[in-house]
Design a protein around this ligand. Structure first.
Ligand code: FE2
Length: 272
């Protein structure tokens, strides 16, 4: 495989603070943290190794991947695992090996399945707080805004965040998630999308506290380049991860299609 792309036109990331209302963004922290305490959240990540999106040098990192665990389960273990699905009767007990479970698969993990994978097998779910504000089918669906809206629950608990996201320079917003890492957790290094496609997808990461240490990973040099900003764009077709820190951190990722004027201005400013 060729090496994944790195950065955007030589920039590790594009700092977008100058294009946004940074004071308004910082002021969202109280609402977001209160909202997260009130809404049900999920885990995410946990199968990057078996998704094949981890750099070769980190494939043997000691954290446990649930895709590997699932592939090694005995029939009895699998039956217990499936019994914890939200609707276990939908599964034919004679064909349990044929079902694909997990992120970007036919059958997303239920909360109880995630907990069993964690408690019994030691699976590492990097992001222990995941909250989807706009229902989205899958990764490909994130630039599509057709018939989509923020959930009623998101509008109820995060009204200022919703208004802020709607004010961002997108013609389409197709996806909006809050992603939190518990203290000492790291975000496993991976790429998203097509690693050979140099064009970066349109999204903005918001980090009101500027305390989540995202980094780009250079697999050839084994080197991290940290991203420090409250609002940024980067090319997620290249390897990236999050450094551990001894406190909870979150960011909000907004995906869609940038307004052409905004994109032209950014390209001009950053000589892209
Ligand atoms: Fe990612």
């Amino acid at each position: 495989m060729t090496m994944p792309v790195w950065g955007i036109a030589g920039h590790p990331f594009i700092d977008l603070e100058r294009y946004l209302d940074v004071a308004a963004l910082e002021a969202l922290h109280d609402e977001i943290s209160l909202g997260l305490a009130l809404v049900p959240t999920e885990y995410t990540g946990g199968s990057h190794k078996t998704m094949g999106i981890v750099p070769p040098s980190l494939v043997d990192a000691p954290y446990v991947d649930y895709g590997q665990v699932l592939s090694r389960m005995t029939e009895a273990e699998l039956a217990t695992f499936v019994s914890l699905a939200d609707e276990p009767r939908r599964f034919d007990r004679a064909r349990l090996r044929e079902y694909a479970f997990g992120e970007e698969k036919d059958h997303p993990l239920s909360r109880k399945q995630m907990l069993l994978l964690k408690y019994r097998y030691g699976v590492y779910f990097p992001w222990q707080v995941f909250y989807e504000m706009i229902p989205t089918l899958n990764w490909e669906d994130k630039a599509n805004g057709e018939g989509k809206d923020f959930t009623q629950q998101a509008k109820l608990h995060f009204p200022r965040l919703v208004a802020f996201v709607r004010s961002l320079p997108f013609t389409v917003v197709g996806r909006c998630n809050i992603l939190g890492l518990d203290a000492d957790h790291h975000g496993t290094v991976h790429y998203d999308g097509n690693p050979e496609e140099p064009e970066a997808e349109h999204f903005i990461t918001l980090c009101p506290k500027k305390n989540k240490r995202l980094f780009l990973w250079d697999e050839a040099k084994k080197k991290k380049t940290f991203v420090a900003s409250r609002a940024y764009w980067f090319n997620d077709h290249g390897y990236h991860g999050v450094e551990p820190d001894p406190y909870f951190r979150y960011s909000v990722r907004v995906d869609g299609v940038f307004e052409p004027e905004f994109l032209a201005r950014v390209r001009r400013d950053w000589r892209i």
